[in-house]
Design a protein around this ligand. Structure first.
Ligand SMILES: [Zn+2]
Length: 331
């Protein structure tokens, strides 16, 4: 068999695990590697982990080093893609860290450093739920609420590279405190963190709920997507109420971005959308429709769950790297 050429490696730097895909020119995944993120380690130790993981993945895929065009990485935080610098990635404990140059010194191939949600949105647009659309908004509710925009078929980055932060659109003036320090952002009302805060408040107020017991049974100190799914299966009244409220706010958020951009597709990604599917997205869609300024042909705007799961970010990183390599060749 001929060895695959034009291979790009996509990496997703999560706060709990690092995931690597080796991908050929037809976007076929040749190998997958995943390792836990050693949070608390020095940044250089994590860079070494990434380099070792990438090398293992390349060996497993049976790809010659000379056929690797680039390694492209999604990082949870603010980055400067041009210089490969991570301005701030709180989950990794990084600040103004020259990740791209450091990794390049170890792997000696072109390195692209991108925001993880942006690459996730590129992945869903190119290969997942938003395939074939020109305008798309990605919303990824999780610990926070990440977002990204595709305009004219391409990632829209804004003049400072910080576009698409739909999670910090303000839905409630003077509302609850957000992770960003401000008040009333969508993230403070509808992220998993916001839902956990509301569940705990309801329990403190004496409402009966199984959520804390489920967390204990599963050895979780946070209300993860799997805990939420289990509580819903048990018809936990607090969980149902809190989820409904989060879906209402997410519906307002979707409607606001639709009123602004009129995109063909809104992809709701992340763990909850993946686990609950239509049970999660359906009520969000219904709430959104009620707040469309233009209700005509509303079903033309697809509001759907992401399809690629954990592969959205690393695959999107690969797609984006290919675009950047093409641009470089043209210059
Ligand atoms: Zn915020």
């Amino acid at each position: 068999m001929a060895k695959p050429k034009d291979v790009i490696i996509g990496v997703d730097m999560g706060g709990t695990s690092l995931r690597t895909l080796v991908v050929d020119a037809a976007n076929k995944i040749l190998a997958v590697e995943e390792i836990p993120t050693r949070v608390g380690q020095k940044p250089d130790a994590i860079v070494a982990d990434v380099a070792a993981m990438v090398r293992r993945a390349v060996v497993r895929a049976g790809v010659k080093r000379s056929n690797i065009r680039a390694v492209s990485i999604g990082v949870p935080g603010a980055v400067d893609p041009r210089r490969g610098i991570v301005h701030a990635a709180p989950n990794l404990g990084w600040k103004n860290f020259p990740f791209g140059p450091k990794l390049k010194a170890l792997l000696r191939v072109p390195i692209y450093v991108e925001n993880d949600v942006n690459v996730g949105v590129v992945g869903e647009h190119a290969l997942g739920a938003g395939k074939g659309t020109r305008e798309l908004v990605g919303i990824f509710p999780g610990t926070g609420i990440g977002g990204g925009l595709i305009v004219g078929g391409k990632l829209y980055e804004g003049c400072r590279g910080s576009a698409g932060e739909v999670g910090h659109m303000i839905l409630q003036v003077d509302g609850p405190r957000c992770g960003c320090g401000r008040r009333g952002c969508a993230e403070a009302l509808a992220s998993r963190t916001a839902m956990e805060r509301d569940v705990r408040a309801a329990i403190r107020a004496g409402e009966p709920s199984l959520v804390l017991r489920i967390m204990k049974e599963r050895g979780k100190d946070r209300m993860t997507s799997s805990v939420i799914q289990r509580a819903l299966k048990k018809k936990d009244p607090v969980m149902r109420k809190v989820l409904k409220r989060a879906q209402h706010y997410l519906g307002l958020l979707v409607a606001s971005v639709v009123n602004l951009l009129d995109p063909e597709c809104v992809v709701i990604g992340g763990g909850l959308a993946e686990r609950l599917g239509e049970d999660y997205v359906g009520p969000i869609r219904a709430a959104a429709y009620l707040h469309f300024l233009n209700p005509r042909d509303k079903a033309r705007i697809k509001i759907v769950a992401g399809r690629l799961g954990d592969d959205a970010a690393p695959l999107g990183a690969v797609v984006l790297a290919r675009q950047r390599l093409r641009q470089r060749r043209r210059r």
